[in-house]
Design a protein around this ligand. Structure first.
Ligand code: DGP
Length: 113
């Protein structure tokens, strides 16, 4: 399978506004923000969808959520943010490399569109 745009960002082949990085993951600003704060948190491991995750990924997936909270604190939005994972094209997934959207800085409605 060819590299997604996110693998290219991980490899430094295309630029991104990276605000957090560690051995397991990366967080950078979404190119098409849907809220004043819109950050993507991605694992460095190229899992296409949550369907591809296995038990061995449990720690990694939990780590992504803890990093999302750390980013929210850093961005000053820890009191109110939305964390979204679109799984599959039917749910709006466009980049097939697992990512959480961290959205904050405006009010949100429920259910989401
Ligand atoms: P999703 O629809 O859940 O697969 O979200 C993919 C997100 O990725 C979408 O909000 C736009 C963002 N995105 C796509 N290409 C790039 C890129 O090259 N750089 C950055 N920073 N974000 C991108």
């Amino acid at each position: 399978m060819s590299d997604t745009i996110f693998t290219k960002i991980i490899n430094g082949e295309i630029p991104a506004d990276i605000i957090y990085e560690d051995d397991l993951c990366l967080a950078f600003r979404d190119i098409n923000p849907q809220a004043p704060v819109h950050v993507l948190i991605i694992p460095k491991k190229p899992l296409p969808t949550l369907n591809n995750a296995v038990s061995a990924d449990q720690e990694l997936l939990g780590h992504l959520m803890l990093v999302a909270n750390r980013v929210a604190v850093k961005e000053g939005v820890a009191d109110a943010f939305r964390l979204v994972l679109n799984n599959g094209a039917g749910a709006g997934q466009e980049v097939f490399h697992i990512h959480f959207h961290l959205l904050a800085g405006r009010s949100f409605t429920w259910p989401p569109g």
